[in-house]
Design a protein around this ligand. Sequence first.
Ligand code: ZN
Length: 72
Amino acid sequence: MRWDEILDISSFEEGTVISMITTEGIFRHAEIVKICCPICAEVFIGTKKHAGAFIFGHREYHKWEIEISELM
Ligand SMILES: [Zn+2]
């Protein structure tokens, strides 16, 4: 199953292991995880690889928010 063909991510539960084909390569035994940003409470459900991007994105975004607030 291609990752971009998955329309209903809610059908995945934490701990589900999938294989997927993306433009980056083939991922086998990719575990679905559910994580929540402790600052804004946004929830992400997806593979660990994508969760890492979610964490990095939120970390950088919230750092930026703090930097901006300190300038004002
Ligand atoms: Zn956040």
